[in-house]
Design a protein around this ligand. Structure first.
Ligand code: AHR
Ligand code: AHR
Length: 475
């Protein structure tokens, strides 16, 4: 059974079930989300490949071909129809936009689907819900997010919030928060942390606020974040690696001791991607999430985590070693100096290095995607930073999250041609067509031999821009 079947059977039915990747009920066969394309403003719903199955990403690709699409709605799969639309202005942020529909291609259940990748000023909301906890009623919620696309701004949230987009006081929210914002010092480690946004604070425990050494943060590419609250005198937080293993309870105990949180005063709106007052400086990733009526059992939480792990988020694509979309590859340098070196990211930069550790292997593995600016070219998504792509900026190449902008799309698109040295493949920059992907002093640039930078040097240019497309290092 799927997450909402599990929670329903345990007596805590879903009152919200949102996902861009899959059905959350075995019997669901409706739409998952709506996209709108830039070219003519037309909208369409993206549904499932099969009842209880995975998103039909190919339908999105064909509808959005030659233009770009934003996600304009996330449908609620529960019988409550608590659909999320693009969030309007609030006390701390202006009108939001939808997320780019193609920014976060991932594998789930062996299918290529899309997650929702939030840059700043993006969010969704439903201020008029049915069945969601209000005024001290119990509820639970989880979301699948990513530990590699986070920041310290307020507030990447999913859950219960105010119905007027304003901060109406302590206890008026009960939402999951995920990011590196430490609201109450101290926090432990660099984060990101799964926290409870209960309004006017991101809580990790009852004590003042954070001060919870058990919450050491979780930076896995796919993270399960879970919060439950009985609305009166108890809340709990759990986190887990959504690709393997079980959940860890980082807190289970009384509501925060500050005034206003015991009992809670939830208002029953649902927010995704911003704070309760539409504080919208945060970034984040969302694949699926549910909210329940009633306090879920730990057994149900564990069964949901087992189901999530079985999906295999971000696992191997099953296609390797070619430049076809969805294939996983590594790119080996062919210059005599460097034939054991591979293009990998390190500290957000694209460099070449030898590969030995598991981290090296993941950093040196790229998933080929249709070019973000031109589908006849390619873009390279990081294997261990879902939604991050190789892009140039000031002619140097970096690993960065796709923000949906035309500039990013162009900077992240490379057109393969026969290797300039006579071997391998060269990658022409889409927006600087005289320049090719090149390593120089172990750093990666786009370069040509008539440029003025040191990295435009003619010495060994043809070899430096010729790459061997190899089998992926990552398992
Ligand atoms: O509780 C943290 C944030 O504080 C809330 O999300 C927001 O409404 C307020 O600014
Ligand atoms: O990398 C060259 C240009 O530098 C990119 O196109 C742009 O994003 C930046 O200004």
């Amino acid at each position: 059974s799927l997450p909402c079947d599990i929670y329903g059977a345990a007596g805590t039915p879903c009152v919200a079930a949102h996902s861009t990747t899959r059905a959350l009920y075995a019997a669901y066969n409706g739409p998952l989300y709506q996209v709108q394309r830039a070219s003519d403003g037309a909208k369409t719903n993206i549904g499932l490949l099969a009842t209880g199955g995975y998103a039909n990403a190919a339908a999105q690709d064909s509808f959005c071909a030659g233009t770009t699409c934003l996600i304009t709605q996330l449908y609620d799969q529960s019988p409550r129809h608590n659909d999320l639309t693009i969030e309007g202005p609030g006390g701390a942020g202006g009108q939001d936009t939808g997320v780019p529909a193609d920014a976060l291609p991932v594998t789930a259940g062996g299918h290529q689907v899309y997650g929702a990748s939030f840059s700043g000023r993006m969010g969704y909301r439903d201020n008029s819900t049915s069945g969601v906890a209000r005024n001290g009623q119990p509820e639970g919620m989880y979301m699948i997010t990513s530990g590699t696309h986070v920041n310290g701004a307020c507030c990447f949230d999913y859950g219960n919030a105010e119905t007027n987009n304003q901060d109406t006081g302590n206890g008026h929210m009960d939402a999951l928060n995920f990011g590196t914002e430490c609201w109450f010092q101290p926090c432990y480690g660099p984060g990101p942390w799964v926290q409870a946004d209960l309004e006017n604070g991101l809580f990790q425990s009852s004590a003042g606020g954070s001060q919870n050494p058990a919450n050491t943060g979780i930076s896995a590419p796919f993270v399960t974040a879970l919060l439950k609250n009985n609305g009166q005198n108890f809340f709990a937080l759990k986190d887990g690696n959504a690709q393997s293993g079980g959940l860890r309870t980082t807190y289970s105990g009384p509501e925060p001791t500050r005034a206003g949180y015991s009992p809670m005063h939830q208002e029953g709106a649902i927010v995704l991607g911003t704070g309760g007052d539409n504080s919208n400086g945060s970034i984040g990733s969302f694949f699926e999430g549910v909210m329940t009526a009633g306090l879920p059992t730990d057994a149900a939480d564990n069964a949901v985590q087992a189901n999530v792990v079985s999906v295999g988020y971000g696992g191997p694509t099953g296609v390797t070693g070619s430049l076809a979309p969805s294939s996983e590859i590594s790119l080996r340098a062919t210059t005599a100096c460097c034939t054991s070196d591979y293009l990998r990211h390190q500290n957000n930069n694209a460099v070449i290095s030898t590969v030995s550790s598991t981290l090296d292997k993941n950093d040196a593995t790229w998933i080929v995607r249709k070019g973000l600016a031109d589908a006849s070219c390619v873009s390279f998504e990081s294997r261990n930073y879902p939604g991050d792509f190789l892009r140039h900026f000031n002619f140097q190449v970096y690993r960065q999250p796709m923000d949906g902008s035309a500039a990013f799309r162009a900077d992240a698109t490379f057109c393969p041609v026969a290797g300039k040295s006579g071997q391998g493949t060269s990658f022409r920059s889409y927006n600087y067509p005289g320049k090719y992907l090149r390593h120089y002093n172990n750093t990666v640039y786009i370069a040509d031999t008539s440029g003025t930078h040191a990295f435009d040097s003619a010495a060994s240019y043809n070899d430096d821009v010729s790459w061997a497309v190899a089998q992926p290092w990552a398992p």
